[in-house]
Design a protein. Structure first.
Lengths: 137, 83
């Protein structure tokens, strides 16, 4: 009851300072599934890079696209989750270019492009994993 | 002064994240000049850097917001223990 009273006082104080302050504290909390999906994207980017220059890379790209789409769709289903939605949407657009070349246009892809692309995706997925893992419990 | 030198000078050594981004841009430019990647691959990789910047900004926002929420939670717990 005391905690409820204190929480009410803090909420009242923040409300008096403006609704924007209150909105700031209304955020999505740590979610096990969201964290796992982010880790899966990071891992898949790492595994995919090893297949650059081999016929197996197409399958790895498809899996990466699926994992990243899963992350974005899952993040979108959580209320007050704007930052994670932005991060996963931008990452999906980066992965889209890779998928387009390998699985839709079926173009010749250079080794340097392949390794740079997977490297950039892994770097971004690591950033996402780190901040999603530190969401308040 | 060419665009790459201008970029390096602007970034300087003070901002690790920007320096990292500039190093990637330089690597892609060198790959393109040496013929290791095609023009459309080069353009795509450079566009990816802009998207990476948006991811970094959102990550920074989320980290600050998470910390603020944690501090507020701790404040509520501490106040509850005192009363």
């Amino acid at each position: 009851m005391k905690r409820l009273y204190v929480a009410f006082l803090i909420l009242l104080a923040t409300t008096l300072q403006g609704c924007a302050t209150l909105d700031y504290f209304d955020m999505a909390r740590f979610d096990n599934n969201e964290y796992l999906l982010a880790v899966q994207v990071r891992t898949q980017a790492n595994l995919g890079a090893r297949k650059c220059g081999t016929p197996e890379v197409n399958g790895e790209v498809s899996k990466l696209w699926e994992d990243t789409l899963n992350l974005k769709n899952y993040a979108e289903s959580i209320p007050n989750n704007e930052e994670t939605i932005t991060m996963s949407s931008e990452l999906l657009e980066i992965v889209r270019g890779l998928d387009q070349r390998y699985n839709i246009d079926k173009k010749d892809v250079s080794m340097s492009y392949c390794t740079s692309k997977f490297g950039n995706i892994e770097k971004n997925a690591t950033i996402i994993t780190n901040v999603v893992g530190k969401k308040p419990r | 002064m060419d665009a790459m030198n201008e970029l390096k000078e602007w970034v300087g050594n003070n901002n690790t994240e920007l320096a990292d981004w500039a190093a990637d841009a330089e690597q892609y430019t060198n790959d393109f000049k040496s013929g290791a990647i095609s023009e459309d691959e080069y353009k795509e990789l450079m566009e990816d850097l802009k998207r990476s910047e948006k991811i970094s900004q959102a990550a920074d926002d989320l980290a600050v917001r998470s910390r603020a929420n944690e501090l507020l939670d701790n404040l509520i717990i501490a106040a509850g223990a005192v009363l």
